[in-house]
Ligand binder design. Structure first.
Ligand SMILES: *[C@@H]1O[C@H](CO)[C@@H](O)[C@H](O)[C@H]1NC(C)=O
Ligand SMILES: *[C@@H]1O[C@H](CO)[C@@H](O)[C@H](O)[C@H]1NC(C)=O
Length: 289
């Protein structure tokens, strides 16, 4: 019966020319576009005729950590803006480091994004050795000891979102990336906020089994409190109270979605999390141009 209904829906869709919004996917650090194949397949199988594209920046695997974040966001925007199929608007997913690339791109490049979805994101940065385990060993020490030195900021993506709660002054002053897109500096960039407020929804997913992101709730935009390893409380965080990039407004408008999944970091968009993705994430692609 279900099979027959889905056939009928497919036929009706093609008669009516259903035109699903395209979907853009951005992978995480030390990964490449092929890491998004499984998720892309689920989306294509669920929405007949949908255009899904996984973006690659540079060579993928190495450049995902050897290009600083500002450069990655810039190259990402160039790729999107040169794809004529995306001009009318699209939905977008960023995984892990990809969460910051996609959000940075919305804020800086005013991309026509409808639903912005982040999986095991790192919105309030990372700090601590677990979050460096995926990097080749020689780079771990560079980050943990010298993250805010100019050459390291210029060389490694992770330095751009290393948020050391014991050196927040340095983070605000010297980090090239995260304090800027999070509007934590002295001057607020109103464009960043107004671009976030154009979204139909902003989705943040954290995993309570994440063994990489520290603090885990960075995926929900919570970082460590100053000089401690206690995690911020959502409605007491400055991001929320001062509505720095519009999250409080989005939440008041019912456009902010927070989900919890239960997978290891690397599994967030893969088979171990298939049921979660189908139930909670795929509905955000069920919209047309
Ligand atoms: C705000 O961001 C936009 C987009 O990146 C940029 O063009 C503009 O110069 C920024 N404004 C300020 C005050 O930094
Ligand atoms: C923060 O959230 C708690 C728990 O939901 C609630 O009791 C409290 O009133 C909230 N505070 C503000 C300032 O919104």
């Amino acid at each position: 019966m279900l099979f027959i209904i889905s056939i009928i829906l497919l036929i009706l869709n093609s008669i009516n020319g259903i035109n699903y919004r395209p979907v853009v996917l951005m992978h995480g650090v030390t990964a490449s576009a092929s890491d998004m194949n499984e998720l892309a397949g689920w989306i294509r199988q669920s929405f007949e005729g949908i255009y899904v594209v996984a973006i690659e920046i540079g060579n993928g695997f190495e450049d995902s950590f050897l290009f600083p974040m500002n450069k990655q966001v810039e190259l990402f925007c160039q790729s999107i803006l040169s794809d004529s199929k995306l001009k009318q608007g699209f939905n977008m997913v960023g995984v892990s480091q990809g969460s910051l690339i996609v959000r940075g791109a919305v804020q800086r490049c005013s991309l026509p994004v409808y639903n912005l979805i982040t999986l095991v994101g790192i919105h309030q940065g990372v700090f601590g050795i677990p979050s460096l385990q995926f990097l080749p060993a020689p780079f771990r020490e560079l980050i943990s000891k010298y993250a805010y030195e100019e050459p390291v900021q210029n060389a490694l993506s992770v330095a751009g979102y290393w948020r050391d709660p014991y050196h927040l002054d340095e983070y605000y002053k010297k980090s090239h990336f995260l304090p800027d897109i999070n509007n934590e500096g002295k001057t607020i960039n109103e464009t960043y906020r107004s671009n976030m407020l154009k979204l139909n929804s902003f989705v943040m997913t954290y995993s309570d089994k994440d063994e990489v992101v520290s603090p885990r709730k960075s995926s929900w935009f919570l970082g460590y409190k100053p000089n401690s390893l206690d995690v911020e409380i959502w409605n007491q965080s400055r991001q929320f109270t001062d509505d720095l990039i519009g999250l409080r407004t989005l939440s008041e408008q019912g456009k902010l979605y927070q989900f919890t999944c239960h997978t290891k970091h690397q599994d967030a968009q893969h088979t171990p999390d298939k049921d979660f993705i189908f139930k909670n994430i795929l509905p955000f692609f069920n919209n047309t141009l």
